[in-house]
Design a protein around this ligand. Structure first.
Ligand code: F6P
Length: 341
């Protein structure tokens, strides 16, 4: 059996741990051969490969990023793209493909499955917004980075009696903001699922100053004011139709400073949340996903994705993960709101 492996979409800590586990079990227990595809779907589309064997995966468990490279290439948008991939996979003698990615990458995997190709999916995203899995790897690392940043912002905010805003990633889902804001003791958390009222946010800021503490707000990049619209970096779209976000933190700082007279500054964590070494939790989850993904290949469970449910790794249909995004339920947000202000 010859198995292709690719990592697509935004990278995230733990990708290498998945690749290592797939190859280690695949070679040692099943006697499989592997082909690494470069840069997400660009690899199968253009026939870009790298050798993938035991020496290639030595030492990569704690390393962030992906040894295979990644991209947001969308073959569905390329004329004849799916057929081109099928031809390349056939020419390379690939019997099965493991696609490690988020909503977009796994959406393409679903399409290939419909065309009869043998694909197994592995869920990845720091955003934790894929349905059918309780957690995706990378999320815990991003939350750890963001919580530590919020801890640091507290001390400097107190010294200068300033409002400090921490902008974190989260396009449609506010999981990173919710968890890091709770863990870091933010005085307000703003997420895409619940449009916020600026007057209410200013109320939290005032009450925090009245208690002689400096307010910290944690805002997801996709959060939007009830009185306004989504703030984007520019108008360009990627191949999956996403705009570049970021800017809501700066917008908030300007509005709050103008209305309260207190100095407000923003820290945008950006790709720091996605880079570097995965936490132990993410290494273990990614490793378990990898082991189970190659076993799904052995069991010919085509068109499925490995997922975490409770503490078990299970298999779910690929469409179950990509059909609807897993957003933050209102009840979870309300729980966190006990600490606002
Ligand atoms: O999907 C993961 C993610 O990190 C989102 O939270 C964020 O909006 C996006 O990727 C940023 O993508 P890029 O690195 O391509 O700008």
């Amino acid at each position: 059996m010859r198995v292709g492996v690719l990592t697509g979409g935004g990278d995230c800590p733990g990708l290498n741990a998945v690749i290592r586990a797939v190859v280690r079990r695949g070679v040692a227990e099943y006697g499989y051969d592997f082909v690494g595809f470069r840069d997400g779907w660009k690899g199968p589309l253009e026939g870009l490969t790298v050798p993938l064997d035991i020496p290639a995966v030595r030492g990569i468990l704690p390393r962030g990023g992906t040894i295979l490279g990644s991209s947001r290439t969308n073959p569905i948008k390329v004329e004849g793209g799916i057929e081109q991939i099928e031809r390349n996979l056939e020419d390379l003698g690939i019997d099965a493909l493991i696609a490690i990615g988020g909503e977009d990458t796994l959406g393409v995997a679903t399409k290939l499955t419909e065309h009869g190709f043998h694909v197994i999916g592995v869920p990845k995203t720091i955003d934790n917004d894929l349905s059918a899995t309780d957690y995706t790897f990378g999320f815990d690392t991003a939350v750890t980075v963001a919580s530590e940043a919020i801890d640091r912002l507290h001390t400097t905010a107190e010294s200068h009696h300033r409002i400090l805003i921490c902008e974190v990633m989260g396009r449609h889902a506010g999981w990173i903001a919710l968890h890091s804001g709770m863990a870091g003791g933010a005085n307000g958390i703003l997420i895409p699922e619940v449009p916020f009222d600026l007057g209410e946010v200013i109320g939290w800021v005032d009450s925090r100053f009245k208690a002689s503490y400096a307010p910290i707000l944690c805002v997801a990049e996709g959060a939007l004011p009830k009185q306004g619209s989504l703030i984007t970096k520019d108008e360009t779209l990627d191949a999956f139709g996403h705009v570049k976000l970021s800017g809501i933190g700066e917008w908030l700082a300007t509005e709050i400073e103008g209305r309260t007279g207190h100095e407000a500054r923003t820290t945008v964590l950006g790709h720091i949340q996605r880079g570097g070494s995965p936490t132990a939790f993410d290494r273990v989850l990614a490793t378990r996903f990898g082991l189970n993904a190659i076993t799904a290949v052995k069991d010919q469970a085509w068109g499925t994705m490995v997922a975490l449910q409770g503490t078990d790794i299970v298999r779910v249909p690929l469409e179950a993960a990509t059909g609807v995004l897993k957003t933050v339920p209102l009840a979870r947000y309300e729980e966190a709101s006990s600490f606002f202000g």
